[in-house]
Design a protein around this ligand. Structure first.
Ligand code: PLP
Length: 754
């Protein structure tokens, strides 16, 4: 189903090269001896290990000192930090003069500061831990380091950064540390096979390495310890590795690492820096062609030729990752996702790059074995990714062939929802509840498609953000719409409705959440379809009414008016949707919210309703986005609901009598790049981006009982969200393809026609 995978994430891990695989297999088959055994099999394993160690010493330029095999760099870092801090602890116990600081580079891999804090706490060391600042180029502030070095007990500086590829100025650091009592740890993970470290020529005390970053398997690594540097074993036991790291050695892993080091030394297969620089230049020029305004986040002159970190203005790393993944190019976001809010890259943040660059960063990393043909194919696909973004109007360029537009599209920022209502025939649109973060993308959306903006409406004066209606009008070229006379919420003066093709929008004042709360009712040729209700009713919550601008006493009357006007089955489209439920109806909310049921079913008095609601709203905590909760939460999303279906289950359903509607909920810029699972003959297909799900709700809730609705996306997250939303709205046969396209078998499950 998919194009062959292009793997450009070598800084995360690499495949295991054939020679390394063969060496590991040999060490697991014929040569499986335990290196501690004194019989022939054991001696053979030991000789192999000695051989690998000797080779590693040559490659790393470390003729003296210890070179231990262990499980990987994280263990190497722990061992080094434990060793250094135990030595400091002994000095503290002996009452000797103590340093005051433990220093680590602000862009270190998390393993380093985490290990420092961990062991400092356990060893009860009273030393300050400080991050060494880096400049905009990502290199350590050597002047700062020189000033602090005399007071430091440990200094940790990586050889090359995993996110940006920036190579540290080790000579400069060495000079800054001259005369310092500090022990020096250099995380050398990203340098192996790419930089000549000459460990023995520098006063480096500890240098950890990891096999899986250079074509050896996961679970094997090395730690260099300078002769005379303090050492404390992390693992005690049978005395292996000279009692410096007990536990039977990972012999197959060491054998594999040995094969890699042998080839590295021979210098044949691994492409030299000059060739890798050419690959990087080709990729950079494909990125420049594909993405207008792309910026690179590290200077190529001082970075590894295997790493490219870039940002595209106006496009988040989330979108770029989805896009690359749809093109079967595996890359990494510069940012790690925190609990809820995407946390921008701390590495780029430490470099002082602008927030947009941190939030849009993507890392593309080659290995020294990446073949030139793969680079060429990657360049081709990167250009296709660019075209796809342009056709989706997500870049500043004008586009005549923009992809079709749905009548209602929603955009969500940290749980707040903004809607675009559009009429493709007349190319007119309006926007409901604009958000400041969306001003540029919305202007781009309108410009790129040459639509006319007829109104920008707010459902109320918002408590958690200012309306960006004015900014939106100001940013729009006048030919694409100009703000006429309108009231404070943007409703055109003197109009009782706004017509957009067959869609007609009217308004209904519903004071409660705020004094000016207004619902916008959308009627089409098939009658009333939906109401944009702002924060009056949200899926799982009623809007809070404890603000200064609220009218708690009028809330009950407004709910009754809404019920009378649109009934209990019309879709209510909320101003906030913290849990991705998309829409609700009065019926769904009566079932979930006892207070609403008391009001609408049991005739509760308005005053009693207001009082009960105030109770719920007391001490309302912020939302998981750490923004103000606009709804008085009464029911938590039950994420545990099983909505997932495996590829095998899908196939067996499609072979049975049941019909399947298989829906791609990825966004159009992803869908265009192909990659759709093969499926059986009973399978009908549809493409409905999650942002336009609202448009198909009426049809999907009415699907015949013999049809299963199976949604899929890249990883299964978005489709699971949509399936849960559909279940909540009353479609029990909504499913999500478990693991999405990522886990879809490369070979269709047996019995899957075409
Ligand atoms: N240090 C750096 C610079 C890294 O890139 C990594 C891996 O991402 C590590 C340490 C941790 O390595 P390992 O996976 O071997 O524990």
């Amino acid at each position: 189903m998919s194009a062959t995978e292009i793997y450009l994430d070598a800084n995360a891990t690499t495949s295991v090269m054939p020679e390394a695989r063969a060496a590991a297999i040999a060490a697991m088959a014929g040569d499986f001896g335990n290196p501690s055994s004194i019989h022939g099999a054991g001696l053979k394993a030991r000789a192999m290990m000695d051989d690998v160690r000797a080779g590693a010493r040559r490659v790393l330029g470390a003729p003296t000192g210890q070179l231990l095999f262990l499980s990987g760099a994280t263990e190497g870092i722990q061992t080094a930090v434990l060793s250094a801090l135990t030595a400091l602890r002994s000095r503290q116990d002996r009452g000797e003069a103590m340093p005051e600081l433990l220093l680590y580079g602000a862009t270190e891999h998390k393993a380093v500061p985490e290990a420092i804090h961990h062991w400092r706490r356990l060893l009860n060391l009273d030393l300050d831990v400080l991050a060494i600042p880096v400049g905009r180029d990502g290199r350590h502030d050597l002047e700062w380091l020189r000033r602090q070095a005399p007071r430091a007990g440990l200094v940790c500086t990586m050889a090359a950064n995993n996110e940006t590829g920036v190579v540290s100025d080790l000579d400069g650091i060495q000079r800054a540390l001259a005369g310092s009592p500090a022990l020096w740890l250099v995380d050398s993970v990203q340098a192996l096979g790419k930089l000549h470290l000459r460990l023995g020529e520098r006063p480096i005390d500890y240098a950890p390495f990891s096999g899986h970053k250079l074509y050896a398997p996961k679970g094997v690594g090395m730690l260099y310890v300078r002769a005379g540097a303090p050492f404390t074993a992390l693992i005690a036991g049978g005395g292996q590795e000279g009692a410096m790291r007990s536990g039977t050695e990972n012999v197959p892993g060491i054998a594999a690492l040995g094969a890699v080091l042998r080839l590295l030394e021979a210098g044949e297969q691994f492409q030299p820096a000059k060739v890798l620089e050419r690959h990087r230049a080709s990729l950079a020029s494909a990125l420049r062609e594909a993405f207008e305004g792309v910026v690179f986040n590290a200077d190529p002159e001082i970075s590894l030729p295997t790493t490219l970190n870039f940002s595209v203005p106006g496009v988040s790393s989330r979108v770029l990752l989805d896009l690359f993944d749809a093109a079967s190019i595996r890359v990494s976001g510069g940012s790690a996702c925190g609990a809820s809010k995407a946390a921008p890259s701390y590495v780029l943040g430490a470099m002082g790059l602008e927030p947009w660059r941190c939030a849009s960063a993507v890392r593309l990393s080659l290995g020294p074995l990446t073949p030139p043909e793969m680079v060429d194919e990657a360049c081709l696909r990167i250009r296709q990714c660019g075209a796809s973004l342009r056709d989706s109007c997500m870049t500043p360029s004008l586009q005549q062939h923009a992809l079709p537009v749905a009548p209602i599209t929603r955009h969500v920022v940290d749980g707040a929802v903004c809607y675009v209502v559009a009429d493709p025939a007349s190319r007119r649109c309006l926007i409901i509840d604009p958000l400041p973060e969306l001003t540029d993308p919305l202007v781009q959306w309108i410009r790129c498609r040459s639509y006319t903006l007829v109104a920008v409406l707010d459902t109320h004066s918002h408590g958690d953000h200012a309306s960006s209606a004015a900014a939106l009008w100001e940013s729009l070229p006048p030919v694409l719409g100009s703000r006429g006379e309108a009231d404070a919420l943007g409703w055109p003066c003197g109009s009782d409705h706004i017509q957009l093709g067959a869609q007609r929008l009217t308004r209904l004042p519903v004071p409660g959440h705020t004094r000016d709360s207004t619902a916008y009712l959308l009627a089409g040729q098939y009658g009333l379809r939906a109401a944009f209700v702002g924060d009056m009713v949200m899926p799982g919550a009623l809007g809070r009414s404890d603000f200064e601008v609220s009218e708690p006493e009028q809330f009950a009357g407004s709910l009754r008016l809404l019920e009378k006007t649109i009934g209990r089955d019309a879709f209510l489209l909320p101003g906030h949707d913290y849990e991705g439920r998309h829409a609700c109806t009065l019926n769904t909310e009566i079932a979930h919210q006892p207070l609403l049921s008391a009001l609408l079913d049991q005739g509760m008095e308005a005053a009693a309703f207001a009082q009960a609601k105030a109770e719920i709203e007391r001490d309302l905590a912020p939302t998981e986005y750490q923004t103000m909760a606009c709804g008085a939460r009464v029911d938590r999303c039950s994420k545990a609901e099983m909505v997932e279906l495996s590829a095998e289950e899908l196939t067996s359903r499609s072979r049975a009598v049941r019909k399947v509607l298989l829906v791609d909920v990825r966004e159009p810029y992803e869908q265009r790049l192909g990659q759709v699972p093969a499926a059986g003959a009973h399978v009908r297909r549809q493409a409905v981006p999650l942002s336009t799900l609202l448009n198909v709700l009426p049809d999907w809730l009415e699907l015949d009982a013999g049809t299963d609705l199976v949604l899929f996306c890249r990883s299964g997250n978005r489709s699971a969200q949509a399936a849960r939303a559909l279940r909540r709205l009353g479609q029990p046969r909504a499913w999500s393809l478990a693991g999405g396209l990522a886990l879809w078998p490369a070979e269709p499950p047996e019995g899957t026609p075409g």
